[in-house]
Design a protein around this ligand. Structure first.
Ligand code: PBG
Length: 327
């Protein structure tokens, strides 16, 4: 007679058994691959803080997007480094801007690959904030409502360039509703909005801000990004985005906020995407380079955990590596 204590171990005996009872699966089809497209370069320029990630010319972005598609990754997320920056961030809604040109080129070469455009002004403003500034009682701050108009203009320009999904990452209040109305009015009622609903004011964006040249010139983003201490507030942010018409909700960063992913998934039942951000990527890269851990096992474990927490989609710089490892 067997002991009841063997109950759980019985199902771990072989690879086939473990596979049969596995609750969470990780596939290339879950991934979104972020890319940095830079104006005025004609070769790949490695980003030192993010080993394996480069600044890309448009031609290289097309090539990289093709590699992602060939690996079974369904979508890329584009960030642009524009020719010039100004107070308002006008490069963001230029129909011939870097994101618009890259989107058109990628869609032309790889029509089945989804192009998601990140929508924010911080890469385009001279001061690096995510909206236009106004002098307030406590010094210069972001003018929420004036920024909405510029974000909406940018969303329409991105959709016109062929973006399949618009992903606002600015965290202004009311932007999902404002962008939805603008898209609908311009004939893009079918274009989904993937909203960065719970975006925390996080130290893990450090490498990205160097890569995207978008660190704020003064102050910080705590006026519009969320306090890492707040989980209830994340649920409230998500509910507002749902009311305003968001189609997919993003939680960002991913690993320090797995509880938030689960809560938003359970509360909204919408598709949830987790953004495994630059700092999370660079940390694993650095530890692996130092020989402290095995990159492949660690990355697959981390990505599986993000799925187990409730994420349907994972935005990750590891997408191509992970897709290869999963083949
Ligand atoms: C733009 C934006 C940021 C990231 C994505 N969109 C940076 C920020 O808010 O400072 C971070 C992504 C990453 O760290 O990988 N607002």
């Amino acid at each position: 007679m067997s002991f009841p204590q063997t109950r759980l171990r019985r199902l771990r005996a072989t690879r086939a058994l473990r596979g049969l009872v596995r609750e969470t699966r990780l596939e290339a089809a879950d991934f979104v691959y972020p890319m940095f497209v830079a104006h005025g370069i004609d070769r790949r320029e490695p980003i030192a803080e993010m080993p394996g990630v480069d600044h890309l010319s448009i031609a290289h972005a097309v090539e990289e997007a093709g590699e992602a598609a060939a690996l079974g990754i369904p979508a890329v997320l584009l960030f642009g480094l524009p020719a010039a920056k100004d107070e308002e961030g006008s490069g963001a809604w230029d129909d011939e801007g870097i994101i618009q040109l890259a989107t058109r080129a990628i869609k032309e070469a790889h029509p089945d690959l989804l192009v998601i455009c990140d929508l924010c002004l911080c890469e385009y403003t001279s001061h690096g904030h995510c909206g236009v500034l106004r002098d307030g009682a406590r010094g210069p701050g972001v003018d929420n409502d004036a920024t909405l108009e510029l974000l909406s203009r940018t969303a329409v320009s991105q959709a016109r360039a062929g973006a399949d999904i618009i992903a606002p990452s600015d965290m202004m209040d009311g932007r999902v509703g404002s962008i939805r109305t603008a898209l609908d009015d311009e004939g893009f009622a079918e274009t989904p909005i993937m909203s960065y609903s719970a975006k925390f004011a996080s130290a893990f964006y450090g490498p990205f801000r160097i890569a995207a040249d978008s660190a704020p010139a003064f102050g910080d983003r705590r006026g519009y990004q969320m306090d890492p201490a707040n989980g209830d507030e994340a649920v409230r942010e998500a509910r507002l985005d749902v009311e305003e018409g968001a189609d997919i909700l993003i939680v960002k960063p991913a690993l320090p906020y797995l509880d938030v992913i689960r809560r938003i998934k359970d509360d909204t039942a919408l598709p949830v995407a987790a953004y495994n951000v630059s700092g999370e990527y660079s940390m694993l890269k650095a530890a692996a380079a130092a020989g402290y851990l095995d990159e492949r096992t660690a990355v697959l474990e981390a990505l599986t955990s993000i799925r187990r927490a409730g994420a349907d989609i994972i935005i990750t710089y590891h997408a191509k590596d992970a897709a290869r490892w999963l083949q």
